[in-house]
Design a protein around this ligand. Structure first.
Ligand SMILES: C[S@@+](CC[C@H](N)C(=O)[O-])C[C@H]1O[C@@H](n2cnc3c(N)ncnc32)[C@H](O)[C@@H]1O
Length: 328
């Protein structure tokens, strides 16, 4: 085992935070649950299976874009970079960058899914034994600190936010995330973000409602997690997975729909569902390139480069701090 793998900085949300979010979400007139709680170990494992599905074009398309342009990206980033990945998951895409970059100095994977993060970090440490890896288990919408840059002549700090995970935020939340990330990463930092593009509704719906039912299992796993961790009484076969396109808000939505009128307990509190009533569990906003650049601009980021695939399914944006030296 490499000794460059540093001890986990553990800021995992507590059971109390999870319980408070579930109680608040299920008490609303339009019930909802935050999608960040999908990712217990089983949820992360199911997401990794989604990435392999034929219908789920985002993962393979973004990976191909990164692979094809890794040389250009490495040139723009320069040597000795410190990479901070938000929602690092299985840590697959970062390998494409690490292999292309000149002497990357450090990698800071940030993820809410603790055990999955630890497994991904230790697997990466085996393959990149000279790289300093400093994992942080945290909710990236809350404040946390980065380890100080190391080395005699540290290169740039680069944020990496792949997977179109930024689409899980509303546009206002995405702007706020980018403002906070820009502050966390510091002046002259860059941000590489994967953003899913608007496309045919049927392609989108298939991607979020696959034939093998893996996305349905991923969605329902949230109820299983509530049962296990918060003493919930959800019967999983009494809820169905629904994925639909919201054209007004430009997003895919996932819901869990109650098959019948029923009452469920969570941590001793009762929540009633009408037949057909839904819990809104996830949004995945889709942008055009110019829409996303405008949003990033409002968060203080200027576009440095953007890459897409030939079918224009997905985009990868390199953003720079609009206040960095040399910028107007
Ligand atoms: C859609 S997956 C993307 C995974 C991977 N980056 C990829 O591109 O395939 C979202 C990842 O972000 C993590 N995540 C989701 N919400 C989070 C939050 N609020 N704070 C930290 N990590 C979060 C999940 O655990 C998961 O690994």
């Amino acid at each position: 085992m490499s000794n460059t793998l540093q001890k986990l900085q553990d800021l995992e949300p507590s059971a109390e935070e999870f319980a408070a979010a579930v109680h608040a979400g299920l008490s609303q007139a339009a019930k909802s649950l935050p999608c960040k709680f999908f990712y217990d170990f089983e949820g992360s494992r199911l997401f990794d299976r989604i990435c392999e599905l034929p219908e789920y074009y985002p993962t393979r398309t973004e990976s191909r874009i990164l692979e094809k342009h890794a040389g250009d990206i490495a040139q723009l980033i320069g040597p000795g970079a410190r990479l901070v990945e938000f929602g690092s998951g299985a840590g697959v895409k970062i390998r494409l960058l690490l292999s292309a970059l000149a002497r990357p100095a450090a990698y800071v994977p940030v993820d809410i899914s603790r055990l999955h993060l630890l497994a991904a970090a230790s697997s990466l440490a085996k393959d990149f034994p000279r790289l300093v890896i400093a994992p942080i288990c945290a909710d990236y919408t809350k404040p946390f600190d980065l380890p100080a840059p190391t080395g005699a002549a540290p290169g740039a700090t680069i944020g990496f936010f792949p997977g179109s995970t930024i689409g899980n935020f509303t546009p206002d939340e995405a702007r706020l995330f980018l403002v906070n990330a820009r502050q966390l990463l510091g002046r002259s930092s860059l941000m590489l973000v994967g953003v899913d593009l608007r496309k045919d509704e049927a392609v989108l719906v298939r991607a979020y409602d696959d034939a093998a039912g893996v996305t349905a299992a991923f969605n329902l796993n949230l109820l299983r997690r509530i049962n296990r961790e918060l003493g919930g009484t959800f019967q999983l076969d009494e809820f169905t997975h629904r994925a639909r396109w919201n054209d007004v808000l430009g997003r895919m939505e996932m819901h869990l729909v109650s098959r019948r009128a029923q009452t469920v307990e969570v941590d001793g509190r009762r929540f009633s569902f009408a037949a057909g009533e839904a819990i809104h569990t996830e949004n995945s906003h889709k942008y055009s390139i110019s829409q996303f650049q405008a949003l990033a601009g409002e968060a203080g980021y200027a576009p440095r480069a953007v890459w897409t695939d030939e079918a224009e399914l997905f985009s990868v944006h390199l953003l720079e701090d609009a206040r960095s030296p040399g910028k107007a």
